[in-house]
Design a protein around this ligand. Structure first.
Ligand code: GDP
Ligand code: IMO
Ligand code: MG
Length: 407
């Protein structure tokens, strides 16, 4: 029937995993990842245990839902196998509930090494999971896909690509574990996802597309070059799953009540030293994939407005306002002033070159993140009036049930 896309509106880690886990219980038949790879870390609490997913869509905990990895995703068979084991450990069997596109590209053991060597000169703050180099090989038309695993010449093709990597200065790795894990991908269903999904949609199925990273890390619309190597915006759900744009019904945008960023790049509302540490500790802001401390700052409404426009968001969800409960004074950025004195109410491109200075509104934090609390109502009003739209859902804790709907 239709596809709803749920994605992050900031620099990632907005709480997409928690929301997809919750949302997937609303009559969806499929939950599908459409871009990125194991650079993602999506946290879910399941029966009191914390699970971090890197490839497997967060719909895996919802009974009866099938999970899809689309052609736009890059897959590391070794880390996927570990993830499947982790899920088994919490009583969730993945097996054929996971459908992987024949066209998804494979991350080889050499790709993270290339990432590490690029990082030395580029200093992006990559997760070093080999994401960029795998997409590079895809664009260079020499990458290997999940479908290639099914063919007899797969070992030969792996050796061919690692030979190219050797010529780029990366020592040939031991490929035994990789080959085993790649062959084990057949424990899952390997399929032409584009055909399977469009047929299912024609037969009335509902699909939830799960974004990874965040809008401000998009390859084009993020703050280049401090971006990831895929498109993280709504349009990528079409190209990353093989579905037409008219299939998309809702675009659900998720943002935190403050801002975080892992890795380098501009962050106009970033806090320093003790102030940053206070927010980091309050929000538990450490990377779900790498464990790195996340940079922390105040909510940036011009950047959020940009992300809402770019994705055509029609349903907004706020997460983590509970972190700011009883916080004292808080700030919200409502505009920037550039070096020439111009005012910007929407994030312009390449802010670091323009020396943007944030203009803040100061508020008192709330006791409780609910509309009946005057402090929270004031904060919500400011966000809604600046964005020109309502915040329909407010998540107030990491648990599946901790969410309020304001219809
Ligand atoms: P994702 O990458 O967007 O899925 O987000 P991460 O899992 O990397 O980071 C979000 C963190 O915040 C996780 O530890 C979640 O368990 C937690 N979380 C999600 N929503 C809420 C919320 O509303 N309140 C609080 N306090 N924590 C939340
Ligand atoms: P989820 O899905 C936060 C960041 C990295 C780095 C930049 C490029 O959990 O929100 P890459 O590994 O893609 O080459 O890194 O992007 N990054 C993320 N930051 N959450 C993520 O995913 C991220 N995935 C990549 O920190 O700045
Ligand atoms: Mg994350």
């Amino acid at each position: 029937m239709a596809v709803d896309v749920l994605l992050g509106l900031q620099w990632g880690d907005e709480g997409k995993g928690k929301l997809v886990d919750r949302w997937s219980r609303r009559g969806y038949d499929y939950v599908a990842r459409f871009q990125g790879g194991p650079n993602a870390g999506h946290t879910i609490f399941h029966e009191g245990r914390r699970v971090v997913l890197h490839h497997v869509p967060a719909g895996i905990f919802a009974p009866g839902v099938r999970c899809v990895i689309g052609n736009g995703v890059v897959v590391n068979p070794l880390t996927l196998a570990q993830e499947v084991e982790t899920l088994r450990g919490v009583g969730v069997e993945v097996g054929k509930r996971l459908i992987i596109s024949t066209r998804a590209h494979l991350i080889l053991p050499t790709h993270p090494k290339i990432d590490a060597s690029h990082e030395k000169s580029q200093n992006i703050g990559s997760t070093l999971r080999g994401i960029g180099p795998t997409y590079q090989d895809r664009v260079a038309r020499r990458g290997l896909t999940v479908g290639d695993v099914l063919w007899d010449d797969f070992p030969h093709r792996v050796r061919h690509l690692t030979e190219i990597h050797r010529q780029m200065g990366v020592a040939p790795p031991d490929l035994q574990a990789f080959m085993q894990a790649a062959c084990a991908l057949t424990e899952h269903e390997i399929a032409d996802v584009e055909t399977m999904l469009t047929d299912a949609l024609d037969s009335g199925a509902m699909v939830l597309a799960e974004g990874a990273q965040g809008t401000l890390l998009d390859l084009d619309f993020g703050q280049y070059p401090y971006v990831t190597s895929s498109h993280t915006t709504a349009g990528a759900a079409c190209t990353g799953l093989g579905i037409g744009p008219r299939r998309i019904r809702h675009v659900i945008g998720v943002f935190k009540a403050y801002a975080t960023r892992v890795g380098n790049g501009p962050f106009p509302t970033e806090l320093e030293d003790d102030e940053a540490e206070r927010l980091r500790t309050a929000g538990g802001e450490y990377g779900a994939t790498t464990g790195r401390p996340r940079r922390c700052g105040w909510l940036d409404l011009p950047a959020l407005k940009y992300a809402v426009k770019l994705n055509g968001v029609d349903i907004l969800c706020m997460t983590k306002p509970d972190v700011l409960s009883n916080y004292g004074r808080i700030k919200v950025c409502v505009s920037y002033t550039d070096a020439k004195g111009n005012n910007h109410r929407v994030l312009p491109s390449v802010p670091e070159r323009r020396g943007l200075v944030p203009n803040y509104v100061e508020l008192s934090a709330w006791n409780e993140p609910r509309k009946e609390d005057p402090g929270f109502a004031k904060f919500l009003n400011l966000v809604e009036s600046e964005l020109g739209m309502r915040v329909e859902y407010v998540s107030y804790g990491p648990g599946r049930e901790e969410i309020r709907h304001y219809p």
